[in-house]
Design a protein around this ligand. Structure first.
Ligand code: HEC
Length: 304
């Protein structure tokens, strides 16, 4: 092959691949499209789907339940919480797209079981209020959903209960008529405040029938001053509340520089090593200074 034909074949092969990628379609059969949700549509299943989603999908697709903010890492990967997209896709279509992939979307039929992929579909659907699970054998033990809280969340209040040794995180809400109400089933995320960013504790924890989430302080580690700062946030990040308590015991951090560490200087260095180090350092500086001085002298002699 001469050079030109090599180049030509390279160009045509590249073009072929390029057009192929662009012309690619999801290629979903009518049968696949008609597939119905293959797992029960319960909060447990949706939460399990959320866990898998966080591990395998979130890095590209971002959060699903927030249609208002775009926190996607990869702009090409669509926000799967968007209501128009949810409305335009059947359960079977979503499942098949996850299974087979396309372009930048990897296929998951090999790495996730059918059950796990359906759980993800259930999770994606949980953010879509117009969704009603189909009635099939698989969804037979679907419990009725906790009635969706129709009121408005005003605030989150975090307090500490000495007797329970627990944080009580209460959602302050009003019902449709503006009367104070207990907001059940609202998802909250919890973090512990740290110097470098916040450490996620629990995500998607749902409030109980009193509109509260109770978190045992004993399970949490305090910082070196004995403080525990807990941050509660609604899962849509709209409302945040922070509460700090000081517990009696402070965690004492060992300084890794001290003690056995060979690089430790303070306290551990033998005197002879310290003296030789200083003599060597200042000796070197002295020699360098002397050399510079001699050079200057030679320079001055030449000038004269
Ligand atoms: C490496 C990044 C990446 C990962 C990981 C990823 N996706 Fe995707 N996904 C994409 C991209 C890019 C597209 C758009 C593909 C296209 O339209 O050609 C996409 C498309 C989709 C679609 C179809 C959207 C439409 O246009 O109808 C669904 C559904 C989907 N992804 C679900 C998932 C799920 C569920 C997971 C985890 C199991 C996942 N994705 C993991 C990048 C990713």
């Amino acid at each position: 092959m001469n050079k030109l034909s090599k180049i030509l074949s390279f160009v045509s092969i590249s073009l072929l691949i390029l057009t192929n990628v662009q012309a690619q379609d999801w290629n979903i059969t009518a049968e696949q499209k008609d597939m119905k949700l293959g797992v029960a549509y319960t909060e447990d299943i949706q939460d399990a789907g959320n866990t898998i989603f966080k591990k395998s999908c979130k890095m590209c697709h971002g959060d699903v339940n927030i249609a208002t903010t775009n926190d996607r890492e990869l702009p090409l990967a669509p926000n799967l919480g968007a209501t128009d997209w949810q409305g335009a896709n059947t359960d079977g279509e979503i499942f098949t797209k996850i299974s087979n992939g396309k372009g930048g979307m990897p296929p998951f039929s090999g790495s996730l079981s059918d059950d796990d992929r359906w759980k993800i579909v259930a999770f994606i659907r949980s953010s879509y209020s117009d969704y009603t699970p189909p009635v099939t054998d698989a969804t037979a033990d679907t419990k009725p959903k906790t009635p969706k809280f129709e009121g408005e969340i005003k605030d989150i209040e975090a307090t500490y209960d000495d007797e329970l040794n627990s944080f009580i995180v209460r959602i302050i809400a009003v019902d449709a008529d503006g009367h104070p109400a207990k907001a059940q089933g609202i998802k909250l995320d919890f973090f512990v405040k740290r110097y470098f960013g916040d450490m996620a504790l629990f995500e998607g924890e749902r409030s109980n029938e009193d509109g509260e989430v109770i978190i045992e302080a004993g399970k949490l580690k305090a910082d070196k001053d004995g403080n525990i700062s807990i941050i509660a946030r609604t899962s849509d990040k709209a409302i945040t509340s922070e509460k700090t308590i000081t517990i009696g015991y402070a965690k004492v951090w060992d300084n890794p520089i001290l003690g056995r560490n060979i690089w430790g200087t303070s306290g551990r260095t033998p005197l002879w090593m310290l003296i030789s180090y200083l003599v060597f350092t200042f000796g070197t500086l002295l020699v360098l200074g002397w050399a510079a001085f001699q050079l200057l002298r030679i320079h001055n002699l030449r000038e004269r």
